[in-house]
Design a protein around this ligand. Structure first.
Ligand SMILES: [Zn+2]
Length: 123
């Protein structure tokens, strides 16, 4: 597995194929080596949990920053900023939570040759 490639949002197997087509859309398999990113249906679902956990952390983490770094004491302003951080971070982080999940899964279940085969999937 290539961690550097994952950080650049590239295929973890060959480091060449792109993991994402548009901003949110990921191709089913690597255009370069043929590895199926989506190993089974619903494969990427756990990324929602990962993304949520990090989003909550980022939002909570913005509170001391707003309070002490910017000296904002107004609760409504603080809450608005925290929500804005959560939304912006959540959107920005979607791709990275998928990448984190991919890295974790590949660590636990190293790629098999069958991950390069269609196995009834659309190829
Ligand atoms: Zn590849």
């Amino acid at each position: 597995m290539k961690l550097g490639a994952l950080l650049r949002l590239r295929c973890p197997i060959c480091g060449k194929g792109k993991l994402f087509r548009g901003y949110f859309d990921s191709p089913e398999r690597c255009a370069s080596c043929g590895y199926f990113f989506m190993r089974e249906s619903g494969y990427f679902l756990p990324h929602v949990v990962i993304g949520y956990a990090f989003t909550v952390l980022a939002s909570l983490g913005s509170w001391p920053l707003v309070r002490y770094a910017f000296g904002i004491r107004n609760a409504a302003v603080t809450l608005t900023i925290m929500i804005a951080v959560a939304v912006l971070f959540g959107v920005w982080f979607i791709r990275y939570s998928k990448v984190l999940w991919l890295a974790l899964d590949l660590k636990l279940n190293p790629p098999q040759s069958e991950d390069f085969e269609a196995r009834g999937r659309r190829s």
